[in-house]
Design a protein around this ligand. Sequence first.
Ligand code: SAM
Ligand code: SF4
Length: 451
Amino acid sequence: MTEAVCPARRCRPAIMYNTRMKFFIRTFGCQMNENDSEHIAGVLAAAGAEKAGRPEEADLVIVNTCAVREKSEEKLYSYLGRLSSLKKKRPFLIGVAGCVAQIRRRNLIRNRPFIDFVVGPDNYREIPGLVERAGAPCVRTGRGREWREFGHGETLRENPAVAYVTVMEGCDNFCAYCIVPFSRGRERFRPAANILREVREVAADGSREVEFLGQNVDAYRDPETGRGLDALLDETSAMAGIEWMRFITSHPRNFGDEIIQAMRRNPKVCRQLHLPLQSGSTSVLKRMNRGYSRDDYLALVDRLETALPGLQLSTDIIVGFPGETEADFEETCDVVRRVRFAGIFSFRYSPRPLTAAARLPDDVPLEVKRRRLLALQGLQKTIQLGLNQSFIGQTVKVLCSGPGLRGPGRFSGRTEGNLVVNFSAPEDPTGRFVAVRVTGCGPYSLHGELA
Ligand code: SAM
Ligand code: SF4
């Protein structure tokens, strides 16, 4: 890459490319953001750019952001600070994508002039054009009403074994604490024909598992036929090559019996479900606008566990929502003890712009939120350790996603129940199913060796 001053744009140098441009993407947030980053990488690769291993080697760094919690936004600003220092040493382009880009828009650039472009979730196709015309900072956050389809060559997948397939965008639920309906826009469903085409493509490429993604996947309706998630599960089950299927996230209010029946008749659908609880107190759930009570949630768990023996459940919980009392928090802990989740993502409530709860007094003191979070995490750690210990001595089926962190000969993968397994193997089994004998565990993972 060479740098040249463009006479037409006096404010900053234009970047011209005479070698293959290298890009690096840093992703914050959930699987939906990871899948978006795979699309951004695919769009850039289709335009001739190449992935760099580190930001230090890149001509373009894109930060794909998450706005769900205050903490995720803070992480972005501290990462941008690091990039700004790097940019003082050598020129490269910086783009901010995703949910923070969508809500903060021009303000991001106003406060940080080293950013070259800001691009919202509906505008990733425009990134190569923004790179070409870099010289004056640009903001692209327009919203389309139509589904924006990415072609096969426009998705550069990270995981050789598991393919993320987005089935819907946005959300219409407006939970009182949640910024997603504003950052991701209103609910839009992807046509089933396009979803199934993508599943066929990933199966042909060697993926063994598909994970359907959306904020409320259980509300999915094909815009052309009106058929739901149950039909998608049936049709995907019939495809050769795909052996495991999951979907995330399900909303307890939308989880109908037709989905339970589809899971029952299709053994390829993993006996695992992420079912956010948020709070175990009916009065807090009501103020959160979740649309179900503590009893509704427990009754759904009962129906699921009866219909699908061995089902592993995980959940999301927020502590310290406005007005949460000690008794409300105890009700949450009680649900956690009863259900014995295999995993919990737990968060301290933080007010987010535009949301209904941002107008309520944030009246649970920070130290109380911290104490409740630690107590919840301690409780869950004990439960998880007990559940994981019950696997010691068993042989489990694992889909290997790649090398582990602990040096050569170590690999990592997941069980059908979505438990992380780290294991040793004489040859690299990445992308394949293997049988692993579990020899030990911690609260967050199992470890073992090839059986
Ligand atoms: N659509 C999913 C659902 O209905 O639960 C999850 C969406 S959100 C991206 C992921 C999780 O972030 C939520 O389940 C919630 O626990 C947490 N979260 C969202 N807004 C939050 C806030 N303002 N403060 C703390 N946690 C929050
Ligand atoms: Fe946010 Fe609620 Fe929609 Fe989930 S269902 S994305 S928590 S508004």
